[in-house]
Structures are given as structure tokens and as C-alpha cells.
Ligand binder design. Structure first.
Ligand code: ADP
Length: 334
């Protein structure tokens, strides 16, 4: 049992926690959001009030959860963590809200997936630090107003577009997280390698960074897989050659696209002639949920200039055709 729990604590699953930056100045990248947040937090600190509610928006793995924890740490506050899908019943949210201590940070991940009754409860909580608890059912039901401690809500979403207007309006600040540059990702890889004690040279870092789809979570994951390869098939040191060989084993291509990214591009070009094709049709063709294709794959394919979203559907660009080794149709723009 002891061995098992020791393994669980040091195993790969816990690595994300170990690698999380703890303070704003440890956080690599996102200079804009960092500067904006710094002002929001510092001003609140000077006025001695909890800062405005913060919404962090952007694709998965860009550091929204890490940033929420940093907000709490910078405020010297405790953080409570939950997620939109976990708040199916308003009662679950009421319980969380009424347990908050003054100044606490409440983090709701995937806040766009919160159920309607909980969302409505959140309006009043965010605005007036109150909840209305409904007791009983039917005509005899009464609502009891309950005061809660002043808190700061940090919401994270992969699609700020699907937040309702009233919810979006109640956030005083929205930080738009962007994909990281290769140089920033090299710093992420370097930092993780130091923490995990992985010998790596400059070129090894650069190779992993370049193939991480602009995403620190992916950079950290690829580093661990390359480390495995280096230990088992080489002398333990991560070089460019070792990184290239390892990433080939894990189906990560030259541009960092993974199997699903390539499946989307292949369907779009080979099955649908380059589009336009609707997102749900495309998702069925690759056997994935539409939301996964939309929130996980597409943002990076768009940023890499391979896929365009048009009013009539998704379109493959010339770059996408060429990346797959195909000849783009003659009438393709761009
Ligand atoms: P999100 O909530 O946006 O999905 P997370 O905050 O969970 O992303 O980040 C995923 C992982 O990526 C973290 O565990 C951390 O290891 C790493 N990470 C994210 N942002 C950074 C960063 N700016 N610097 C270093 N590591 C980061």
C-alpha cells in the first residue's frame, strides 16, 4: 500500500501539479494577460477589496487553471475548485458558495457548461454576494435569501462565445489566452526538464517546443515521452535526434499535429474535396465529438493556417493540402 501511494504521488499523473507555475513572474508567456491581471490584482490589493471577477478564455492546456491558482496565491487567498459540468444542480453551487470564507477565490472550469439554474444563482452571488435558496416544491416553495462572503470568481472557458450575455457581463475582466510562441515553449520545456531532472540540450528543447502546438501542457507531455525514449533507447540525454525519433513513435508530425489533427485534415481534403463542410459532418467523419474537434483541434489548425472557418463551413487551405502531400485544387484561394 505504501509503495502504491508513493508511486501515485510521484507518477506521471501528478506531474501536472509539480510543473504548474506558482507565481505571476514564474508564468512563462501570456505577457498581455499577465500585465492586465497584475493591474487588476494590485489595484484591488491597494483598495483592500476582493478584485473583480475574472474570466479566462482560450484552448485547453494554455494555463487557465494555473493562472487561477496564481490569482489566489497573489491575493494570499484560498482557492476552491469546481467545474461547470459538476454544477448540475443549483444546490451544489449553493453549498459551495455558502462555504466560502471572505476573500476566497472560487474557480469554475468549463464555466460555459454550467446548468441554467446554477448559472442564475451565480448572477446574484457575483453581483450582491447573496444566494436565494429555494425551499420546498410547487406553489408552497419559498426562497430564503442568504448572505455569502465576498469572493472572487475565476471562470475558465474554451469557448467564451457560448457564455450567455448576462454571465459574461458579470465578469469585470476577461483574459484571452493565446497560443505560445516557440521561444516561450522552449522556456517551458527547459523549466520542466530542470524540475524533472531530465538532461536535455538546446536543440532537444527547440525540437519539442516546435512540435507542441503552441501549448505548454503538450510541451510537458512530449518532454516526458521523449524522456522515456531517451532512457530506454538512447543514453538518457535528450538531443534533437532523440526527440525526432521519439516523436515519430508517438505519431507527432513535423508541425506537431497529432493523429486527430491529421484525421480532420484528411477527411476535409480527401472526403470532402477541401470543404466547405459543417462541423458536425466533419466530426462524424473522424469519429469524434463535434465539441472536441471544435475546441481542441480547430483552434490550432486555424492558427497554423491550415483550416479556415467560413459561414458555409470548414475549408482546408493550400497549406493543409501541401502538408498532407496532396496537390491543392486549382481554384483554391490563398
Ligand atoms: P488549462 O487550464 O488552460 O487547460 P493548465 O493551467 O491546466 O491549462 O495547464 C496545463 C499544464 O501546462 C500545467 O500543469 C503546467 O504544467 C503547464 N503550463 C501551463 N501554462 C504554463 C506556463 N505559462 N508556464 C509553464 N507551464 C505551464
Amino acid at each position: 500500500d505504501d509503495a502504491l501511494s508513493a508511486w501515485a504521488q510521484t507518477g506521471d499523473r501528478d506531474v501536472e501539479g509539480t510543473l504548474r507555475p506558482r507565481k505571476l513572474d514564474e508564468f512563462v508567456g501570456q505577457p498581455r494577460v499577465r500585465e492586465q491581471l497584475e493591474l487588476v490584482l494590485e489595484s484591488a490589493r491597494r483598495r483592500g477589496v476582493p478584485p473583480d471577477h475574472v474570466l479566462l478564455s482560450g484552448p485547453p492546456g494554455l494555463g487557465k487553471t494555473s493562472m487561477a491558482m496564481i490569482v489566489a496565491a497573489e491575493l494570499g487567498a484560498a482557492i476552491r475548485i469546481t467545474s461547470g459540468p459538476a454544477l448540475e444542480r443549483a444546490g451544489d453551487l449553493a453549498a459551495m458558495l455558502s462555504n466560502l470564507a471572505p476573500g476566497d477565490v472560487l474557480f469554475i472550469d468549463e464555466i460555459h457548461r454550467i446548468a441554467r439554474p446554477a448559472e442564475e444563482m451565480l448572477y446574484l452571488a457575483m453581483e450582491d454576494f447573496r444566494v436565494d435558496v429555494v425551499v420546498g416544491k410547487g406553489p408552497g416553495a419559498t426562497s430564503i435569501p442568504l448572505e455569502i462572503a465576498p469572493f472572487t470568481l475565476v471562470g475558465a472557458t474554451t469557448r467564451s462565445g457560448s457564455l450567455t450575455g448576462p454571465l459574461r457581463d458579470r465578469f469585470g475582466f476577461t483574459g484571452q489566452m493565446e497560443f505560445y510562441t516557440d521561444t516561450e515553449l522552449e522556456l517551458v520545456v527547459r523549466r520542466a526538464a530542470t524540475i524533472l531532472d531530465i538532461p536535455i540540450d538546446r536543440d532537444g528543447c527547440a525540437e519539442i517546443a516546435r512540435r507542441s502546438r503552441g501549448t505548454p501542457r503538450i510541451a510537458n507531455r512530449l518532454l516526458r515521452r521523449v524522456r522515456d525514449y531517451a532512457e530506454v533507447r538512447a543514453d538518457g540525454k535528450v538531443t534533437r535526434e532523440v526527440a525526432r525519433a521519439a516523436l515519430a513513435v508517438y505519431d507527432v508530425d513535423e508541425l506537431g499535429l497529432d493523429r486527430l489533427d491529421r484525421a480532420v485534415l484528411t477527411a476535409l481534403t480527401k472526403s470532402f474535396g477541401g470543404g466547405p463542410v459543417g462541423i458536425s459532418t466533419l466530426a462524424v467523419a473522424v469519429g469524434e465529438e463535434a465539441t472536441t474537434v471544435e475546441e481542441v483541434c480547430e483552434p490550432y489548425l486555424v492558427r497554423a493556417g491550415m483550416l479556415a472557418r467560413t459561414p458555409r463551413g470548414r475549408v482546408a487551405t493550400a497549406t493543409a493540402w501541401e502538408h498532407l502531400g496532396l496537390v491543392p485544387p486549382a481554384d483554391l484561394p490563398g
